[in-house]
Design a protein around this ligand. Structure first.
Ligand code: MF3
Ligand code: CO
Length: 256
């Protein structure tokens, strides 16, 4: 076994495995994007993702995840439609024209985790949804730009929040990004709101999952009856993009 460095920071050998894990995760989202169309059920998408991950010699990291032993997460993907923010459980629900669909996937490969999400359009969507998706994606890019040595977690948080709010949308407060690698969720937490300079300083080789969850209306969310699905309180749409990255000297490396 190779040497594990201090918590949070991964060795080059570990990052190499995370690159392979991240490639599988990004390939899942690419594959799923080709199945996004009117009439497909979210369970059908989940089956496609499960089969692909198993055939790559990896494991779905979300399956059986959770703190409540009586209600572990039952699926490979989280598929969250329109006012669903995250953690939508795949079901018989069919995608409809005009939906926006967040697909989130986590992969465990050779004991290393990667985590990524994208929001997709089903057919033609409203201009508000289109703008929401674009702003959320761009906010992730702005956060990743700050994931460099010498910056702090709060620099990532602030870059996301300030851009999103300038565009008239709101940042979900109750859910955050996270360290990732040897576990699906590691320290530190990465809020999508905050002040520059807050939180720990970033060092080379930290591996982070940055994941803005952005609402068109209020930032407030509620948990659905299934104990998992997070929805906007006001029923307005929400979008979600996520990448697993490695902190670098001048630029972060995106693994997914
Ligand atoms: N990307 C999400 C997160 O980091 C997905 C977790 S789904 C769960 O929270 F089922 F694993 F909780
Ligand atoms: Co995540």
């Amino acid at each position: 076994m190779f040497k594990r460095t201090s918590t949070l920071v991964k060795s080059e050998e570990e990052i190499n495995i995370m690159r392979a894990s991240g490639k599988i995760t990004s390939d899942v989202l690419k594959l799923i994007s080709s199945f996004i169309k009117v009439g497909v059920t979210t369970k059908e998408l989940d089956d496609v993702a499960f089969d692909f991950i198993k055939s790559a010699g990896a494991f779905p990291a979300f399956k059986n995840y959770g703190h409540d032993k009586n209600n572990l997460y039952p699926a490979t993907l989280c598929v969250s439609i329109n006012d669903e923010v995250v953690h939508g459980i795949p079901s018989d629900r069919k995608l409809q024209e005009g939906d926006i669909v967040s697909v989130d996937v986590g992969v465990e490969y050779r004991n290393y985790f990667s985590d990524s999400a994208s929001t997709f359009k089903v057919g033609k969507v409203s201009s508000e949804k289109e703008h929401l998706m674009n702003v959320t994606k761009e906010s992730l890019e702005k956060g990743i730009e700050k994931a460099i040595v010498g910056n702090h977690i709060g620099d990532i948080s602030h870059a996301i929040q300030s851009f999103v709010e300038k565009e008239g949308f709101s940042v979900v407060r109750d859910l955050v990004g996270h360290g990732v690698g040897r576990e699906l969720h590691e320290e530190p937490q990465i809020p999508n709101f905050g002040k520059p300079g807050d939180g720990i300083e970033l060092t080379e080789g930290m591996t982070l999952a940055i994941e803005p969850m952005i609402n068109a209306g209020s930032y407030k969310v509620i948990v659905g009856d299934d104990g998992w699905t997070i929805k906007t309180k006001d029923g307005k749409p929400s979008a979600h993009f996520e990448h697993t990255i490695v902190v670098g000297k001048n630029k972060a490396e995106i693994l997914t």
